[in-house]
Design a protein around this ligand. Structure first.
Ligand code: NFA
Length: 103
């Protein structure tokens, strides 16, 4: 019979599946010009981080060159990147924000 698990219906097994969406890391990149306070502001405003958390992450980006600031679904990650890039452009800072699929 179909789905009874015997070896006569190897191609008809049903796999119970609760699918998780692919996740994307959102990263900030260091540069020599964007003011530290602007980066802290961006992290507080768009990533819901406290001032202390934001300052820590800003310093990590400054010292290491980049840092992951959050992990989101594709649509949310795209929105965060667009929000950061739009504000940075409007304020004429070269700050870069990118996203990358998590493996
Ligand atoms: N490196 C920048 C400065 O010294 C600060 C900065 C931090 C820029 C994190 C971008 C990202 N003003």
């Amino acid at each position: 019979d179909p789905q009874d698990g015997d070896d006569t219906d190897l191609l008809t097994k049903v796999k119970p599946k609760t699918k998780r969406p692919p996740l994307y890391k959102v990263m900030l990149l260091n540069d020599d010009f964007t003011p530290m306070e602007f980066v802290v502001h961006v992290l507080e405003r768009f990533f819901g981080l406290s001032h202390a958390q934001s300052f820590e992450i800003m310093l990590t980006v400054h010292q290491k060159g980049l840092a992951v600031v959050g992990v989101f679904t594709h649509e949310i990650a795209e929105t965060k990147v667009a929000q950061v890039m739009d504000l940075a452009r409007r304020e004429q800072h070269p700050l870069q924000c990118t996203m990358e699929k998590e493996e």
